[in-house]
Design a protein around this ligand. Structure first.
Ligand SMILES: CC(C)(COP(=O)(O)OP(=O)(O)OC[C@H]1O[C@@H](n2cnc3c(N)ncnc32)[C@H](O)[C@@H]1OP(=O)(O)O)[C@@H](O)C(=O)NCCC(=O)NCCS
Length: 180
């Protein structure tokens, strides 16, 4: 079981009992506007958490999606995680979302740094990528602040809630990662 600690946050494995907090940020309209997938019913949330519980036990685990807990209140405020996309290469994709009540405090930059560190140091990944639409300036800044560089701009390849967007591709390689 994975648990990471940063200055303000604890990143821990999701549990089935977390569904209400997950439902709160996934149905937050400001969050859902940027997510290709977000649960829209309590049942979808519960089923997603069951899937993650199975992943936690899987010897060939591909999803390392963790709950982001604010230490000062012990509230679950979002998620940050890695999805292994190519095991032979050692490539994973970083993903995250935070309830909008907590935006702008540096929390996701803090969480993403810890997750990337775990990916390179513990999972021995070679390459971590991040992707977002050009309109998502906060996400672009998170990726830049953890040291990623933009390597691509794909035109009209993403659909979010029925609208087609471009997407930006960022990446960070293990030899570029500064130990902190
Ligand atoms: C992207 C997201 C996780 C950022 O979380 P956060 O904890 O607010 O990010 P941080 O506080 O670490 O800030 C990172 C940068 O984004 C900026 N930022 C934060 N909220 C912003 C907003 N609403 N609009 C523009 N910039 C914003 C911050 O100012 C900071 O940049 P700076 O250092 O240049 O000032 C959050 O906005 C979110 O959950 N968005 C919806 C879901 C999403 O987009 N997920 C990623 C899909 S690719």
């Amino acid at each position: 079981m994975v648990q990471l600690t940063t200055t303000h946050l604890t990143l821990r494995e999701f549990e089935p009992a977390d569904w209400q907090a997950v439902y709160a940020y996934e149905t937050d309209p400001r969050v859902a506007a940027y997510m290709a997938y977000s649960a829209s019913t309590p049942e979808e949330c519960q089923s997603d958490l069951d899937f993650l519980a199975d992943q936690q036990q899987d010897a060939h685990r591909l999803l390392f999606h963790l709950a982001v807990i604010l230490q000062s209140s012990q509230r679950l405020i979002g998620t940050c995680g890695l999805k292994i996309t190519n095991r032979a290469v050692g490539e994973a994709e970083l993903g995250y979302a935070l309830h909008s009540d907590y935006w702008g405090h540096g929390y996701m930059t803090e969480a993403a740094r810890a997750m990337v560190n775990y990916g390179f140091k513990t999972l021995q990944l070679r390459r971590i990528m991040g992707t977002c639409i050009p309109e998502n300036t906060a996400s672009i800044r998170v990726l830049q602040k953890i040291g990623m560089q933009q390597e691509g701009h794909l035109r009209a390849n993403k659909i979010i809630k029925g609208t087609i967007y471009d997407s930006l591709i960022f990446s960070l390689l293990t030899n570029e990662w500064q130990i902190f």
